[in-house]
Design a binder for this molecule. Structure first.
Ligand code: NAD
Ligand code: UDP
Ligand code: UDP
Length: 333
């Protein structure tokens, strides 16, 4: 396999090995795969604020350079266009592994394997952003980390669910077998500024539709539930998990539970009370309900979300408004 070698100048004399992984050293070298994406770019902002040296590895499949543009030229920041399905050599203390496209089997399996191989070679700590989808269409409500899930292995969305389940298995194998320090987060539906406008997730769909004066598309009867977390709460949880002593998995999500019809109503209240609702057939295997039990994260990470849907949504709306109207006018698009 072609191997991409990205060594920082200082390492070269030291047999490719820095005094990295030194416990307690404040400024760390951190790689964020998928760092040009929605969650990744917010995480990068916080890590840069803390004075860390951050390398973003992203193939721009769904991510955008604009999301990290404000760090360009900062000597603590580096952006590498790279597909994690290909091996990569870096010297880092921590790996936040977020890279993941929409149909993500190869990235979740081969990409995660490569990042674990990297963690093993340099002794870095590895954090996997897994998902609440590992619980499938759950038979336990709310879902605790002890629940093994109800996933259809051959269903239309199983490449995502099973891809992340495999990634969790790989992480635990490397933890037990190679002694890698791993951390596993199971992320529940997250929204906020910089979210992809057209990737079909429900919050981005409803917000974009209301702003464009289109009807909000509710799939099925709209009685299925989800729990929506604001991105800054998630990023805080990811950083606490990385810095803490517990492997996990940890649910990171907001326990506030909404039906899709209730969500549509909040979007109407926030953007346009006259926005229409249009029902569409639902997709196959759509989970009926989802809500995190976050007792474990509360107890062991001292973490809980602080931004409610009604507080967070307006912050996302201003970003979407800007990107949908101002930016496109400026670029003539
Ligand atoms: P996103 O699509 O905005 O970010 C993913 C990033 O990974 C993008 O920048 C994309 O270009 C990059 N990427 C994809 N495939 C890659 C590859 N092969 N090599 C390098 N880069 C690649 O998505 P997000 O919402 O920011 O999600 C981040 C992580 O959190 C993902 O692992 C996702 O599965 C997980 N997650 C997110 C949510 C949510 O609601 N946002 C929920 C559960 C889990
Ligand atoms: N790998 C990588 N960067 C590294 C070290 C490893 O991308 O710095 C990749 C490597 O190419 C392999 C995967 O990670 O495909 C797993 O590595 P590991 O050493 O665990 O397995 P092996 O190469 O022994 O099969
Ligand atoms: N959904 C909807 N209208 C849309 C997009 C999605 O009603 O325009 C529903 C979808 O059927 C699902 C829920 O919203 O029940 C959440 O979908 P999303 O894709 O955002 O997240 P996930 O299903 O992965 O939790």
């Amino acid at each position: 396999l072609p191997t991409r070698r990205v060594l920082m100048e200082e390492h070269t004399e030291k047999k490719g090995r820095l005094p990295i992984g030194v416990k307690g050293r404040k400024q760390k070298r951190i790689v964020v795969t998928g760092g040009a994406g929605f969650v990744g770019s917010h995480l990068v902002d916080r890590l840069m604020e803390r004075g860390h040296s951050v390398i973003v590895v992203d193939n721009f499949f769904t991510g955008r350079k604009e999301n990290v543009l404000h760090h360009m030229g900062n000597p603590n920041f580096e952006l590498i266009r790279h597909d994690v399905v290909e091996p990569i050599l870096l010297e880092v203390d921590q790996i936040y592994h977020l890279a993941c496209p929409a149909s993500p089997h190869k990235t979740n399996v081969v990409g995660t394997l490569n990042m674990l191989g990297l963690a093993k070679r340099v002794g870095a700590r590895f954090l996997l952003t897994s998902t609440s989808e590992v619980y499938g269409d759950p038979l336990q409500h709310p879902q605790a980390e002890t629940y093994w899930g109800n996933v259809n292995p051959i269903g239309v969305r199983s490449c995502y669910d099973e891809g992340k389940r495999t990634a969790e298995t790989l992480a635990m194998d490397y933890h037990r077998g190679a002694g890698i320090e791993v951390r596993i987060a199971r992320i529940f539906n997250t929204y906020g500024p910089r979210m992809c406008i057209d990737d079909g997730r429900v919050v981005s769909n409803f917000v974009a539709q209301a702003l464009r004066k289109e009807p909000l598309t509710v799939y099925g009867d709209g009685k299925q539930t989800r729990s929506f977390q604001y991105v800054s709460d998630l990023v805080e949880g990811l950083m606490r998990l990385m810095e803490g002593e517990h492997v996990g998995p940890f649910n990171l999500g907001n326990p506030g539970e909404f039906t899709m019809l209730e969500l549509a109503q909040v979007v109407q209240e926030t953007i346009d009370p006259n926005a229409k609702i249009e029902f569409r057939p639902n997709t196959e295997d759509d989970p009926h309900k989802r809500k995190p039990d976050i007792s474990k994260a509360k107890e062991l990470l001292g973490w809980q979300p602080s931004v409610s849907l009604r507080e967070g949504l307006p912050l996302m709306v201003s970003d979407f408004r800007q990107r949908l109207f101002t930016d496109s006018k400026l670029t003539g698009g």
